[in-house]
Design a protein. Structure first.
Length: 368
């Protein structure tokens, strides 16, 4: 049987980053307390486990800022998953954490509760870039947090970076990479900045206060990141993710390989084939529905075989392992001749193709 995952969304943040469009709420934006949220979450997990009746091979707590709950709050969530779904032996158990809300005791507490992996939001080692992103931590805090997690006993640590921020320079990216390579992390995620509609950053770009991101800059920065990490023993396994041997994130691989998961918490999405559904977004409404003994599902859709094949191509081509050759028929030869794809029993992007994967996917699916 394929792996099954449980995702838990923590919707709280101390402040809002200017580029963020996630379902998160600062203290002034929400009335639901952490305790009310945790009570409701436990009820959702009970109702969900009764429907699915599968143990979790991966658990991932994301947000928002999960670390605002502290190690004991996150331990309570993990215990709720353990007592409802159950957790498989050898499961990967991850939580995201913001560097500014962590300390050595926090990481020791996580490890004691059974977490096996921690993902830290670094974004940049440049003070000006962090300011543009409205991040609150200082450049050195993420590096210190990664070292604290390692000293506590974590073997699997991820640092997230963002590139392509308006005003960012090549030197800023180099400084971030140098800082990452000072740490004992075994996984790095690097995402190009997307200026989402409705965010504070989008409004600044629209008003001309910040320059528009440039595609050629994204490409140059990506090549710099990939070249640096791969020269230091990190292998790419997904277009935006690199790991040392054994460091791949199994929970995210579950998404990219089309696996099944239950997403708990306000706004969380679930895929339990042949259904996909997502929860109501507001924490207050979420808690009220669960207090009434119902699952807080806002909307759902049926996943047809055509939708599943479409998503298998769209997500699978982002992986180094690629996709089964039987998933696409037309347009492959053209991209192979251009040096963008390798073709055999599986179809995968080349190093050159990594930069153009979204366009390749669009072209291949347009021929179907």
């Amino acid at each position: 049987m394929d792996a099954f995952g449980v995702y838990v969304h923590v919707p709280f943040c101390e402040s809002r980053c200017g580029y963020c469009d996630f379902n998160t709420y600062t203290p002034s934006e929400v009335e639901t307390s952490h305790a009310t949220y945790l009570d409701a979450l436990e009820r959702e997990l009970e109702l969900a486990a009764a429907q699915v009746q599968r143990s979790a091979d991966t658990v991932f707590i994301g947000g928002g800022t999960p670390s605002v709950l502290g190690a004991d709050g996150l331990g309570r969530i993990l215990n709720a998953v353990r007592n409802t779904f159950g957790i498989s032996e050898g499961a990967e158990i991850t939580t995201e954490s913001n560097p500014e809300s962590t300390n050595p005791q926090y990481f020791e507490g996580l490890l004691g509760h059974g977490f096996t992996r921690v993902s830290l939001g670094m974004q940049s080692a440049s003070t000006p870039v962090l300011k543009v992103l409205d991040r609150r931590h200082t450049p050195g805090r993420a590096v210190a947090a990664a070292k604290e997690a390692h000293n506590a006993g974590f073997q699997h640590i991820n640092l997230d970076m963002i590139y392509g921020t308006p005003t960012e320079t090549d030197d800023d990216v180099r400084a971030t990479l140098d800082a990452i390579l000072e740490t004992p992390v075994d996984h790095v995620s690097a995402y190009s900045l997307i200026v989402e509609d409705g965010t504070a950053m989008h409004r600044k770009v629209r008003r001309g206060e910040l320059p528009e991101p440039q595609e050629d800059v994204y490409a140059r920065r990506y090549e710099m990141i990939a070249g640096t990490l791969e020269a230091q023993g990190f292998d790419w396994y997904e277009v935006s993710n690199w790991a040392k041997p054994g460091g791949q994130c199994r929970h995210n691989l579950l998404y990219w390989r089309g696996g099944a998961w239950w997403g708990a918490g306000p706004g969380a999405h679930s895929t339990i084939y042949p259904r996909r559904f997502y929860n109501v977004k507001r924490p207050e409404r979420y808690a009220d529905i669960l207090a009434a003994g119902q699952l807080p599902i806002a909307e759902e859709e049926q996943l047809t075989e055509e939708i599943r094949r479409f998503e298998a191509v769209m997500l699978g081509l982002r992986l180094k392992e690629g996709i089964d050759a039987g998933l696409v028929d037309v347009g492959v030869d053209k991209h192979e001749k251009l040096g963008l794809l390798t073709v055999g029993e599986r179809i995968a992007v080349t190093d050159k193709g990594r930069l153009l994967v979204d366009g390749i996917v669009t072209d291949l699916l347009a021929h179907e």
